[in-house]
Design a protein around this ligand. Structure first.
Ligand code: SF4
Length: 431
């Protein structure tokens, strides 16, 4: 995972390969692998991560061929608009039609959609998002693995259960444990993309983190995203040189005053500068914010989506604020599931084509039906936690995290069965 299927290399020009999935062409950078036309590869996030033998590729493609097209058909049929996808509310109907035709919504129109209270109107909003998701992304669903290498953190984010100085028992996986967990994720479970995550100032220096990234890249064919907080611009450079190609760094809110309030000693400006620098370096960007953060408004949510897009996010990560009992925001309620789905659907409507939308673990913690509901509201990405079980329960950003006690095998099995039942293929390549 992202459980890609093998692709055939048709052409290689200036470090970019044109590849084909059963005739559907895409492009991928091949800086990690030397290629020629006729080779078979696995690609991820727009990068070729592995070259495989023709025999191995043919075997997998033979097994996938019928399923690939069946899943697409199932998804296309369920996402297609039907007569009852129209509203008698003329204003709503006009905005939805504009969205379906990829028209750019004004801020007032976006706010109107986010403020819908009628369940039928909310349903139509989500149907429109699902229609656009299928139209531009087909049935692909990205499935990254996430490995939480340390819960040590020097920050004091007001919503976070592992913020300094108190928090849970601290751990830092050894280099050997990290390599072993990454190896198991790639070799045993087939992940093609891994997010390495920790608190900020996690007990490893940037140089040590870069060495870990390098070791994983040398041993395993996998695309690596880093999520170590703000490591500084030189730090981002070192990690990129070591082989990291993606950055997961959320800004949480686009409201500078609120940002400052909940992130003591930090500024939104600094976070944005990190994200902008990372994009210029060539990182794939995953970013987003908290939905229902105390003190935020619906207008903030619209601004959050716009900010994420202006940062060239290849994936949006918007999850609900979940109160942790040991934090200053403990008494504030989590948002409703409808509010979360409204933001996901609006994000898809505002940016139909370019970005993947993640169904976050925080949303899965809020609702047992999160993946199912998120997938039909514009979402097309999930993450599976590959952190060893003995550490997983200590990464308590919020309490009662979904999948905290499930083995990787259980999670993979359940995720694949669920995706299949929705006609989704783990065939993602990015844009
Ligand atoms: S949100 Fe991240 S940076 Fe902030 S306290 Fe939690 S782990 Fe640390």
């Amino acid at each position: 995972m992202c459980y890609t299927i093998p692709a055939l290399v048709e052409e290689v020009r200036k470090g970019v390969a044109t590849i084909s999935y059963f005739g559907e062409r895409k492009q991928a950078y091949c800086e990690f692998v030397k290629l020629s036309p006729g080779d078979y590869i696995y690609a991820q996030g727009g990068y070729v991560v592995e070259k495989i033998s023709p025999a191995q590729a043919q075997k997998t493609l033979k097994a996938w061929k019928d399923v690939f097209f069946q899943l697409r058909k199932l998804d296309a049929e369920s996402a297609a608009l039907k007569a009852n996808d129209n509203s008698s509310d003329l204003k709503l109907q006009r905005i939805l039609e504009k969205a379906r035709n990829s028209g750019k919504l004004s801020k007032a129109e976006a706010l109107f959609l986010l403020r819908l209270k009628d369940p039928q109107a909310q349903f139509l909003l989500r149907r429109t998002a699902n229609y656009l998701r299928q139209k531009f992304h087909n049935n692909s669903c990205c499935v990254h693995g996430i490995l939480e290498i340390s819960n040590i953190c020097v920050r004091q984010c007001a919503y976070c259960g592992i913020s300094a100085p108190s928090g849970p028992v601290r751990y830092r996986m050894s280099v050997g444990e990290i390599i072993a967990a990454a190896g198991e994720a790639v070799n045993k479970f087939g992940f093609k993309s891994l997010v390495l995550q920790s608190g900020e100032g996690c007990g490893y220096t940037v140089e040590e983190l870069a060495e870990i990234v390098k070791k994983i890249r040398q041993r395993f064919p996998v695309l690596i995203f880093i999520s170590f907080g703000e490591v500084g611009i030189p730090g981002l450079r070192k990690l990129y040189a070591a082989g990291a190609r993606g950055l997961l760094l959320r800004f949480e809110t686009s409201n500078p005053a609120l940002y400052k309030k909940i992130h003591p000693g930090d500024t939104l400006d600094s976070r944005i500068k990190h994200l902008q620098a990372a994009y210029r370096m060539g990182y794939l960007i995953i970013t987003g914010g908290l939905i229902g953060l105390p003190g935020s408004t619906e207008a903030d949510s619209v601004n959050d989506i716009n900010l994420a897009a202006s940062l060239h996010a290849e994936m949006l990560s918007f999850g609900p604020f979940l109160p942790h009992p040991f934090t200053p925001l403990a008494k504030h309620p989590a948002p409703s599931e409808e509010a979360v789905l409204g933001v996901l659907a609006l994000a898809r409507i505002i940016f139909p084509a370019k970005t993947k939308i993640l169904i976050t673990t925080a949303y899965e913690t809020l609702s047992p039906q999160a993946r199912q509901n998120g997938l039909i509201s514009g979402g097309n990405s999930i993450m599976i936690n590959v952190t060893p079980l003995k550490y997983r329960s200590l990464y308590t950003i919020y309490p009662h995290r979904a999948h905290a006690d499930q083995t990787v095998a259980q999670q993979v099995r359940e995720a694949l069965a669920m995706l299949k039942s929705f006609g989704r293929g783990p065939t993602d390549l990015g844009n």
